[in-house]
Design a protein around this ligand. Sequence first.
Ligand code: C2E
Ligand code: MG
Ligand code: MG
Ligand code: MG
Length: 292
Amino acid sequence: KAKEAGKNNCQFYAKGMSATAVNYLLLENDLRRAVEQEQLILHYQPQIDLKTGELMGVEALVRWQHPERGLVSPAHFIPLAEETGLIAPIGEWVLRQACYQQKRWLDSGKKVGRMAVNLSPRQFRQRNFPEKVESILRETGLPAEYLELEITESCAMEHAGETINQLKQLNQMGLYLAIDDFGTGYSSLAYLKRFPIQKLKIDSSFIHDIQSDPNDAAIAKSIIGLAHNMQLSVVAEGVEKPAQSDWLCDEGCDQGQGFLFSKPLTARQFEARFVGKHFAFDGNVVKLNALA
Ligand code: C2E
Ligand code: MG
Ligand code: MG
Ligand code: MG
């Protein structure tokens, strides 16, 4: 097929394809080797209790250290991985790596709360996905309660029937389950109430202008209320300013995640900065203090 030929012959492709398409193909080729050549890396971003400043969890976010292109964002290569099926080995690598890291932190007495890992739709829909998670937990020795899995709202709502079955199995294993980017998909509340989940993550697009846009404020308040009425915890994504954090705290939002607290960091940076510390909110300043 043309796709096969294109791999070894870019000129053949350049005639009929746009530069972006060629670029995409080159990237696909490189991505195939990314896992085996150990070019992927996880960064970690803290999730903070907005009342106490305590570190409640950490989200693992993958990056690709491309030999020529530098650090490639997951927004660029995860969709490609999803399309080509490469998400299976990449997703598995991410999960295993995050579990090993969390187990190391646990074993050394460094409490970081739960480790949250993002799942892409194709990965989540694999029939044997729960078994895969089970075997990675066994391999790494990580107890299930320290692992949280995030699926986006749009992924969850597409084939909602299947989603329920899959979530049930994962829930029975003792994992913590979160709906990511909440508010951006086509949510069905009839389905939402049937999902055995523990957490909603308010999408950052509602947080950005939360102080100036009354609609965003209304939506955020409603999601916080919805979550709490369903006995779920709620996290705001993309918290960048102390005023946003204050507002969210006043509205009863449980946790915040965003550049205000930290950008995603390497494991080493994360450890040095956060382990054994908690945040203190002092007027407009967010400080890091050593735990008493
Ligand atoms: P997400 O899961 O919603 O992750 C939040 C994204 O927002 C991250 O981008 C994070 O770096 C960024 N972010 C955090 N705080 C702030 C802030 O205060 N302001 C702004 N402007 N951005 C903030 P990142 O790391 O580029 O990841 C983008 C998306 O790629 C993620 O969105 C997630 O959907 C996907 N992704 C990342 N890692 C993985 C993975 O291992 N597997 C899968 N399937 N998807 C992943
Ligand atoms: Mg996420
Ligand atoms: Mg999100
Ligand atoms: Mg997002």
